[in-house]
Write a protein that binds this ligand. Structure first.
Ligand SMILES: NC(=O)c1ccc[n+]([C@@H]2O[C@H](COP(=O)([O-])OP(=O)(O)OC[C@H]3O[C@@H](n4cnc5c(N)ncnc54)[C@H](OP(=O)(O)O)[C@@H]3O)[C@@H](O)[C@H]2O)c1
Ligand SMILES: [Zn+2]
Ligand SMILES: [Zn+2]
Length: 350
């Protein structure tokens, strides 16, 4: 085993503590990556709260972090696509069966045998619990590491690997582009990248937010404007206007007001808070509207997104912090006090 150090949840609290960790010895197709920057995703908060609520995980270790960039420090003997010193990026999937129809179609994120998640997943070979990127080293199968294109800042690019790809795939699949109108609900980590992508793809893009003070940011990101989600008049004026509504809201919420923004035959893509939802079918019936969801991305789409970001100069708006301030970052994210992604600098773990 290899030794490293990371930020692990301790006991029933919601506090992460600096903890020595073990990584597996390299398999033939593994890379060892020195993790330099890891984004703080709202899903990390959900995972931490689920432990706090006693979700019955019997003390399974939790080290969050599933959007990171770093440098290859060692390669297994069968690795051909990477060499020591390469800049790489890793997202929230680190393995899949490779054989099912979804994997063969390049949708490893929908693997029938379920993809191996970057943290709180189960390794398909040795059954160990995966520990995430809030740590100084990660060992990853080469297929699930991506070359970080030259020109992308490694700290600001880290959030592309979860927040970015999660909104990129549905935007592409739903045809966002010239002649379409896109609304992004919730201007946070996912939301601000969705705005950048939709604008760069050529769609007329708007933000729907309960935070009117984000209007200037929305325009700076390229949106036409911001619809205040708590203002019934503004919602009524925006009724039936959007071919695609990308819902990145991190809390359970009524889908009705957002479905009413969708145009005839348009789609509400519900990506944020996952779990059971109640839908008034009349909100779908009137306008033949569609409700969809998605998560993460396959390998081809992830690589294509990174190329698109390099071409268009797209990265996240970040607030970098030394990793020792991880608990402060999580507290502020919980309070919606970030514009628009915390990124941990793991170099303080050396
Ligand atoms: N499908 C997937 O694979 C996937 C991947 C990554 C993340 N996620 C999920 O996506 C969600 C967003 O993640 P994130 O990292 O972008 O979070 P985030 O940075 O905290 O942004 C979430 C945004 O949602 C809005 N919001 C928060 N609470 C709200 C409430 N009670 N009512 C209405 N709006 C609210 C806020 O935007 P405004 O201030 O603009 O209203 C906030 O900025 C999380 O639930 C996360 O777990 C899913
Ligand atoms: Zn995430
Ligand atoms: Zn599969």
């Amino acid at each position: 085993m290899r030794s490293t150090v990371g930020w692990q949840l301790e006991g029933p609290s919601s506090t992460l503590r600096r903890t020595p960790l073990e990584r597996r010895d390299l398999r033939p197709d593994d890379l060892a990556v020195r993790v330099d920057y890891c984004g703080v995703c709202h899903s990390d908060l959900h995972a931490i709260s689920a432990r706090g609520d006693g979700d019955g995980d019997g003390g399974r270790p939790l080290v969050p972090g599933h959007e990171f960039t770093g440098v290859v420090t060692e390669t297994g003997p069968a690795v051909t696509g990477f060499t020591v010193g390469d800049r790489v990026a890793v997202g929230n999937i680190v393995d899949s069966c490779g054989e099912c129809a979804m994997c063969r179609a390049g949708q490893e994120n929908f693997c029938h045998a379920f993809p191996t998640l970057t943290y709180d997943g189960v390794d398909r070979h040795d059954g160990s619990v995966t520990l995430g990127g809030y740590s100084r080293e990660y060992v990853v199968r080469d297929r699930f590491a991506y070359h970080l294109p030259a020109g992308l800042d490694p700290a600001a690019a880290a959030p592309l690997l979860c927040a970015g790809i999660t909104v990129w795939e549905p935007l592409r699949a739903l045809g966002a582009g010239p002649g379409t109108r896109v609304a992004v609900a919730g201007l946070g980590g996912l939301g601000h990248l969705a705005v950048r992508f939709a604008v760069a793809l050529g769609a007329e893009t708007w933000v729907v937010s309960r935070s009117p003070d984000k209007a200037d940011d929305a325009r700076r990101l390229g949106a036409r404007g911001l619809v205040v989600a708590t203002d019934p008049e503004q919602l009524a004026a925006a009724r039936d206007r959007f071919d695609v509504v990308i819902d990145t809201i991190s809390a359970p919420h009524d889908l009705g007001p957002y479905l009413r923004l969708v145009a005839v035959d348009g789609t509400l893509s519900h990506l944020g808070h996952l779990g059971p939802v109640t839908v008034e079918t009349m909100d779908l019936l009137v306008g033949r509207k569609r409700l969809s969801s998605a998560g993460s991305g396959g390998r081809p789409a992830t690589a294509a997104m990174l190329d698109f970001c390099a071409e268009h100069g797209i990265t996240a708006d970040i607030e970098p912090l030394p990793s020792a301030r991880v608990n402060e970052a999580l507290d502020r994210l919980r309070r919606n006090d970030v514009r628009y992604r915390f990124v941990l600098d793991l170099s303080d773990l050396d």
